[in-house]
Write a protein that binds this ligand. Structure first.
Ligand code: ACO
Length: 351
């Protein structure tokens, strides 16, 4: 029998209850609703409960819905791929925490660290396992709790106003139907700009979190290794982003990776029923739409209500579009993402 394709058999989303409007953010930083809406399209975002919700708990809620909609129980899942940049722990990853939370068997659990393109990368990894016949029911999750680690002072406003919390998940299964499933995925990276959108600490690049006298370092070196108050005062524990530089690269790479997916399948932009671009900035999505000559009905955006939820953004938008009846059997859907790394990716699928 021919190699199967992967289909999305179930999809679910979870967003925390707390709605944070642009106006709300003006309490902490010098910003305003007009600036945020005009530059990004964002009206509001969700923030997780400070202590009771984590990236994993949100991912688990989304996963439960995806599994149920696939007509399965957690016991049927045979592999987990979890994409996030805001894990519960530095290690281990969130995948094993999902395995525990859902009382699954001793199945494999993999974490993907590709930021905004994390979900499309994760989907691609799962797709390869399905195609080779290795696994039959793979749970793919994208989730973020950004609100825990943003700089809410005016210094951090260019980053903080953009990000929101949320989660979404899909269950991938093999299909032998001719006109269904993931047609192709396309993954790219360019590490030359790694530092222009990054959170540097904690990390092994230069600094060290825990002050300890260690034999092979001298006193002066140890002094350099602490995450010092000066570094914290200097915002080195928060994400850094050169927004305009990211914007310029994004508007080139988004159309490129979408066209790559279409060309690989002998299709054109006009064939697309729905493009789900990563929700980084409404202006980026609108630029991409214009560049590809797509109508409003061919592009789904929901950044207005959730902000940029990084690894959750693509499946959150896909789930919402599906729930609103905008994704139907046989539809040609393109998922595309670009972000920190830089990494960018696309997946073309027939629903
Ligand atoms: N409120 C009010 N003013 C602000 C704010 C704010 N929240 N943030 C910045 N400003 C000010 C700046 O200080 C600057 O003022 P100045 O002209 O007096 O110096 C002015 O607004 C313009 O700032 P820019 O940073 O040039 O604004 P820009 O129009 O580029 O918008 C933005 C910034 C929204 C971040 C945009 O650059 C962007 O969306 N970039 C891409 C983001 C992205 O795609 N990220 C990838 C995904 S994220 C990931 O992978 C983790």
């Amino acid at each position: 029998m021919a190699m199967p394709r992967s289909k999305i058999a179930g999809i679910g989303k979870y967003v925390p209850q707390q709605v944070v409007t642009n106006q709300h953010l003006t309490q902490y930083m010098d910003t305003n609703d007009d600036w945020i809406q005009e530059r990004t399209g964002i009206k509001e975002r969700r923030y997780a409960h400070r202590t009771e919700e984590t990236t994993t708990t949100m991912g688990v809620e989304a996963a439960k819905i995806a599994i149920e909609r696939a007509g399965l129980t957690p016991a049927d899942i045979d592999f987990i791929v979890f994409a996030t940049l805001s894990p519960d722990y530095y290690f281990p990853g969130c995948g094993v925490l999902v395995q525990r939370a859902l009382n699954m068997g001793e199945i494999g659990a993999l974490d993907v660290r590709n930021q905004c393109s994390g979900f499309v990368y994760a989907l691609s990894v799962a797709d390869q396992f399905i195609k080779t016949g290795m696994y039959k029911n793979i749970l793919v999750i994208g989730a973020e709790k950004h609100s825990f680690g943003l700089d809410f002072s005016t210094r951090g406003r260019n980053v903080s106003v953009i990000f929101g919390d949320g989660a979404a998940a899909v269950v991938l299964q093999p299909t032998h139907q001719a006109n269904q499933g993931i047609l192709s995925t396309h993954l790219h990276s360019d590490g030359h700009s790694a530092e222009i959108l990054a959170m540097y600490n904690p990390g092994t690049h230069a600094n060290h979190w825990v002050p300890q006298p260690v034999a092979h370092f001298d006193e002066a070196e140890i002094g350099q290794m602490f995450m010092s108050h000066a570094m914290i005062d200097d915002a080195q524990n928060f994400p850094y982003m050169d927004g305009p530089a990211v914007f310029k690269k994004a508007v080139v790479k988004f159309p490129e990776v979408i066209m790559e997916a279409l060309a690989a399948n002998g299709l054109q932009a006009s064939n697309l029923n729905l493009l789900i671009p990563h929700q980084a900035n409404l202006r980026i999505a609108q630029y991409v739409q214009q560049k590809l000559g797509l109508t409003d009905a061919q592009v789904y955006n929901n950044i207005q209500h959730y902000g940029n939820t990084t690894a959750a953004s693509v499946p959150l938008a896909l789930c919402e579009a599906w729930e609103n009846g905008k994704v139907n059997p046989g539809d040609l859907v393109c998922l595309a993402a670009f972000g920190s790394g830089f990494t960018w990716a696309s997946a073309l699928l027939r629903w």
